[in-house]
Design a protein around this ligand. Structure first.
Ligand SMILES: [Zn+2]
Length: 250
């Protein structure tokens, strides 16, 4: 009886030892794994990639086009730079899962009519129409000023949809943070002179990427790699804006 009892206890102690050994192993693996994960896992970025089912439609507007070249200086024509940056932005946003519609994806004017003025008015109205068919508008332009000292991006936002200012803030933060840390230019609410932003009802911004009238900036704007960086900065601004939508009523 004594012997049997000893053997049963011996069994239990042995099983307990095995159990404890395995538990210790599991705890070690868990703790070690947590350490590794904590050391290498990057914090989730505050951006929002779109899911295919509910991807919002983003309208990208390449300013000017066709007979309307926009500003020109230092060997650059605004419509060409606008289209080049806009097409890169389209590809990046598409890769991020958004649906994208361009107001133009080639060198054309959208306007019809008998005079240049009539075609220009019709062109702008059509851009407004396209912009309102999406969830928001990003319009790409370039600046020009008589004083060639000025450089750097300038962002205008629509006075109609309140979240336009938020979108503009995100764009500004992204462009200055990634490309132009010295740029102190403030955002501007569009005044009556900017027909597109004054008539579109969706959240909308115009990104004037830089000044063609500034020699150094014009040089950069003629470079494909810099245009890609601009498109990337604009996309990051947009993704930050979408990422903040859940936190704010925007
Ligand atoms: Zn322009």
């Amino acid at each position: 009886m004594h012997i049997v009892s000893y053997s049963v206890w011996g069994d239990i102690v042995e099983k307990l030892r095995i159990y404890l050994r395995w538990s210790a192993c599991l705890i070690f693996v868990f703790l070690f794994g947590s350490l590794i994960y904590g050391a290498f896992a990057a914090p989730a970025p505050q951006v929002s990639l779109a899911s295919a089912e509910a991807a919002p439609l983003v309208i990208i507007d390449a300013g000017h086009g066709g007979e309307d070249g926009g500003a020109s200086d230092n060997g650059l024509l605004e419509k060409d730079v606008n289209l080049s940056v806009a097409l890169k932005l389209r590809d990046m946003l598409t890769a991020a899962g958004y649906r994208v519609k361009m107001t133009r994806d080639e060198d054309i004017s959208l306007g019809q009519g008998d005079t240049v003025r009539a075609r220009k008015i019709d062109d702008t109205k059509k851009r407004v129409e396209i912009a309102d068919s999406g969830s928001c508008l990003i319009s790409i332009h370039q600046n020009k000023f008589t004083d060639s000292r000025y450089s750097g991006a300038q962002i205008f936002y629509s006075p109609n949809a309140p979240e336009s200012e938020k979108l503009a803030q995100c764009m500004r933060r992204s462009i200055t943070g990634l490309l132009q840390p010295e740029n102190k230019r403030e955002l501007k609410k569009a005044d009556g002179g900017i027909y597109l932003l004054n008539n579109v009802q969706k959240s909308a911004v115009i990104v004037e990427c830089g000044f063609l009238s500034n020699k150094e900036e014009a040089q950069k704007l003629s470079d494909e790699e810099y245009r890609r960086q601009l498109a990337f900065a604009v996309m990051c601004g947009f993704l930050e804006y979408k990422g903040s939508e859940g936190n704010n009523a925007s």
